[in-house]
Write a protein of this length. Sequence first.
Length: 566
Amino acid sequence: MNNTDFTKPSHFIRDIIEEHNRSGRFGGKVITRFPPEPNGYLHIGHAKAICIDFGMAQEFGGRCHLRFDDTNPTKEEQEYVDAIMNDIRWLGFEWDPHLYFASDYFERLYDFAVQLIKAGKAYVDDLSADETRELRGTLTEGGKASPYRNRSAAENLDLFARMRAGEFPDGSRTLRAKIDMASPNLNLRDPVMYRIRKAEHHRTGNKWCIYPMYDWAHGQSDSIEGITHSLCSLEYEDHRPLYDWYLDQLGIHHPQQIEFARLNLTYTVMSKRRLLTLVEKGYVSGWDDPRMPTLAGLRRRGYTPEAIRDFCDRIGVAKSNSTVDIALLEHCLREDLNKRAPRVMAVLRPLKLVIENYPEGQVEELEAVNNPEDPQAGTRQVPFTRELYIEQEDFREDPPKKYFRLFPGNEVRLRYAYIIKCTGVVKNQNGEIVEVRCTYDPATKSGTGQESKKVKGTIHWVSAAHAVPAEVRLYDYLFTKPNPDDVAEGEDFSVNINPNSLETLRACRLEPSLASATAGSRYQFERHGYFIADTKDSSTEHPVFNRTVTLRDTWAKIEKTGRSEK
């Protein structure tokens, strides 16, 4: 389903916590956690979970732990740990001193496993992964017991200790819980708790050669930390009976797991596997490519943490999955940047304009408003000279109907300056227009109160002599379809990658105030959209600006239409 009305839904997680506080279930405590796997960068979907996990803890005066689920050493790297912590702090949340790792609990998890073996609730299995899968059954047929299921506790204890000691090769044995091979919930059909994996861990080195499965480490880690409310996305709902079983069998602190719908966004993929494919196959320049839905990519694109938090608040917390229109995310961003981004003039596809009756060599400083939405932003001076640059699209030799910009014989206003009239053009040997000739009316200077006439068109410009050369990157959606998974049989999501998702313009000319723009500075390029000085490639010697979002706000139109229909 596609959400188009974002009236805030009832917040069922808040209701549950309030009921627990009234009943005294956890003594009035609210302790949540955010448990990312350090095998990739966080994306916009994780932002929703972060806002819920940290937000609920803040709202009820509790705390939220950051715990890395580092149980798979072959896919985890310190780079991802550092990036995840950076992203969470950038969003505006803090966990100190409650930073934990599942690897902190490897010894205790091992002891818990021994406890289940002694109780006859776990056994060492010699089946291969394929054999285990074959005996697991289907959604309509129960599974079959492993021939090793009834080993004695003593034999299982011995084999498990030898697994830990490294006596057996990778994949040769697993430790499985002994639950119910006939259960309608496949997660309860003797799930694997440990597998042999002789790989170096980024924190524990080679100390361990057996590693816990996520479903085994999840609930027990929550219990060890005293988590009260384990907030998870909806795909873990069917896993909850397994987590409950483990905790009940061990007789330890039992958090309340609550599931919520994950975020799905149009024109976007959220799967880490697919995001990794985009990086590894070179469809994007890296995890922080501004076209990526990663928080690193969104930050480099120019998104603000305030806009993302506002977006997460607007979509609410629901129990059923839905897909959110990316136009809402862009709307939240525009609303935020509109208040904070200074306005500047930038010509992305320059065409020279010469004012024939303006004195040669004269430089006039004109006053320009920095941000009409912020009275405290003040004004700035922009130089005006005889030779300017305007946008190529702002001139037509043979204009279409209702074209109110510059063409031979027509008048337009130059933003913050004068009214000019086109008198002719200069063409090169190929017949291409390389220069527009105009005259100006000195009595029409903006802001003087002396304007003697009105015109329908206003265009922006920069002084040719003072313009700052720059590279500008225009980003579009990475996919051509709202649902990138909408593919024919035998195809994958990559067929829907947008070949025009990036256009690089290298001959742009910006007003001189941008000569000192620092990396990460945000602006509204008048009539073009919002831009940010690239945090990796931009320098004072070679300015590079990324388009964050255009000025066209389709979501605002949807909201207006919706209100008018009600």
